[in-house]
Design a protein around this ligand. Structure first.
Ligand code: NAD
Length: 506
């Protein structure tokens, strides 16, 4: 079903819609039909300056950070309610921007987004730190947990609105002002987020959206001297660029980057569960998920049985019209992404790998030229091959056999990434050993992909640092201040002899 909502959208700065100083526009097109979904302004460094200035004014005058915490929470909860009320409209726009299946957008992204936001709203009222006490003997020490100031955020295209919530939610709950740049391909729902936040009662200037290209707007935010923290969800190479730009004023850096999640199937696993888990885990959002299962390591004695069932499940996944309720997978984000994914598969074949499911662009009636790619399984690839080492970010699972669990854990850890991993076993000792040994920020036993608002999400190694979700992410957007109050009132202190005298007083 083709839905066209083509219209011009504006940036959101200082509580009002805003055009860009460039006067130029970026077209957002459906990767399924090529239809125009909408246009957004091509932002400039001057637009970033305006947004940062608005955010700084809002922070300085305390209109948000000094608000009673119960009021801050109430506004964020109202925003969560508005997201629920507009979930259908938002999910449709997200489907148009990304080409992915409407059922995923409606039932996953937006349901989780409002729950995440309600969790962050509750965090605003839980400011944690050490108890006040006379630690020095002569002073009462106390901890203040304070917002950092102006937070810059740069978001990806894979879950545009949901990732924006993971960034904006904790930053606002902690009392910061925000300037966010959505991905170039998927800006519209983030603009809607700012409009809904304003409707919920968020004061002007507290949440600003600047649209545009990464190397212009994203880079200007990362380099801006008046931004105190920069947070990116994106590719590892983008993370490195942003970290370099952030050095100019030593801003804090929070990076949620790429992944290459291993999926280990032990001989004692429930094979049906592990086959289903791998299919859903690898293909979620067309495999454009930083935690997607990308490398399956399967114990040799169950390899053929697990592989046969997983091929059957992959082949049964329905690729087609994103708005058709019988569609499981829509498109990838763009024709360019299909090209990239297919390039990985073709190069793997050239070095001896076999494609046992998918591996091609399917024809979808009525969607000629749509960015579709069949769910793909690649076998007979080596541990050091490109398709096993690098992030494909598409519906592709590489499968390798192993003999011992020790060997599987070593292969799983043999990566520059460290975001997510799973192991499938019914043996508690194997599960616990894997939980300890796997060097990833999120390790799952007998499942893959699940997240919870209360628990952290974030990587090790080149998957970045800093956490999303949970109280850990709230803490990322705060800074701890130690306040010490002298209790004696005496002008002369024992330690003053180091300046005023020769020896320590008796
Ligand atoms: P990307 O790095 O290309 O883009 C992310 C954002 O950075 C976009 O808004 C983009 O415009 C901006 N950007 C690009 N170049 C920039 C530059 N030079 N300076 C500043 N900003 C710049 O990533 P993507 O393709 O949008 O998203 C996919 C990537 O995101 C994958 O690597 C995926 O693993 C990762 N991801 C990670 C997580 C996580 O939680 N760790 C979650 C989702 C996606």
């Amino acid at each position: 079903m083709a839905i066209s909502i083509a219209t011009d959208h504006r940036m959101f700065i200082d509580g009002a819609v805003s055009e860009s100083t460039s006067g130029e526009w970026i077209e957002v097109r459906s990767p399924a039909t090529g239809d125009l979904v909408g246009r957004v302004p091509a932002g400039t460094p001057a637009d970033v300056d305006r947004a940062v200035a608005a955010a700084r004014r809002a922070f300085r005058d305390g209109r948000w950070q000094r608000k009673l915490l119960s009021e801050r929470t109430a506004i964020l909860n109202r925003l969560a309610d508005l997201i629920d009320e507009h979930a259908d409209e938002l999910a449709r726009t997200e489907t148009l921007q990304t080409g992915t299946a409407y059922k995923l957008r409606r039932d996953s992204d937006f349901a989780f987004a409002s729950d995440n936001l309600r969790f962050f709203a509750s965090q605003a009222r839980h400011l944690e730190g050490k108890a006040a006490y006379e630690y020095s003997g002569a002073h009462t020490s106390m901890i203040r947990r304070e917002p950092i100031g102006v937070v810059g955020q740069v978001a990806p295209w894979n879950y545009p609105f949901w990732m924006a919530i993971w960034k904006v939610g904790p930053a606002l709950a902690a009392g910061n002002s925000v300037v966010i740049k959505p991905a170039t391909a998927t800006p519209i729902t983030t603009i809607r987020l700012a409009e809904l936040a304003s409707e919920a009662g968020l004061p002007d200037g507290v949440l600003n959206v600047v649209t545009g290209h990464g190397d212009v707007v994203g880079a200007a935010i990362a380099a801006h001297p008046d931004v105190d923290l920069i947070s990116l969800t994106g590719d590892t190479e983008t993370g490195k660029r942003i970290q370099a730009l952030a050095v100019s004023n030593l801003k804090r850096v929070h990076l949620e980057l790429g992944g290459k999640a291993p999926f280990i199937v032990c001989a004692d696993a429930d094979i049906e569960a592990a086959a289903r888990g791998a299919t859903a885990g690898a293909l979620i959002n067309g495999g454009q998920d930083c935690t997607a299962a990308t490398r399956a390591y399967v114990q040799r004695s169950v390899y053929e049985r697990w592989l046969a069932r997983t091929i059957e499940l992959f082949d049964g996944v329905r690729v087609g019209d994103p708005f058709d309720p019988t569609t499981d997978l829509g498109t990838l984000i763009s024709a360019g992404q299909v090209e990239r994914v297919d390039g990985f598969v073709q190069r793997a074949k050239q070095v001896g790998a076999r494609v046992v499911a998918g591996g091609y662009r399917p024809a979808v009636a009525g969607f000629e030229g749509g960015a579709f790619y069949r769910p793909t399984i690649v076998v007979d690839c080596s541990q050091d091959s490109e398709i096993v080492c690098n992030e494909v970010f598409g519906p592709v699972l590489a499968v390798l056999p192993f003999d011992t669990v020790e060997e599987a854990l070593a292969m799983a850890n043999d990566t520059r990434y460290g975001l997510a991993a799973s192991i499938w076993t019914r043996d508690v000792f194997t599960a616990m050993e894997a939980a300890r040994t796997l060097n990833f920020g999120h390790v799952q036993v007998n499942d893959h992909l699940m997240v919870a608002s209360e628990m952290p999400h974030g990587g090790f190694k080149q998957s970045g640092f800093g956490k999303d979700m949970s109280s850990y992410s709230f803490d990322e957007y705060t800074q701890v201040k130690h306040v010490m109050v002298e209790l004696s009132g005496e002008p002369e202190k024992g330690w003053h002899y180091t300046i005023f005298g020769d020896q320590k007083p008796a």
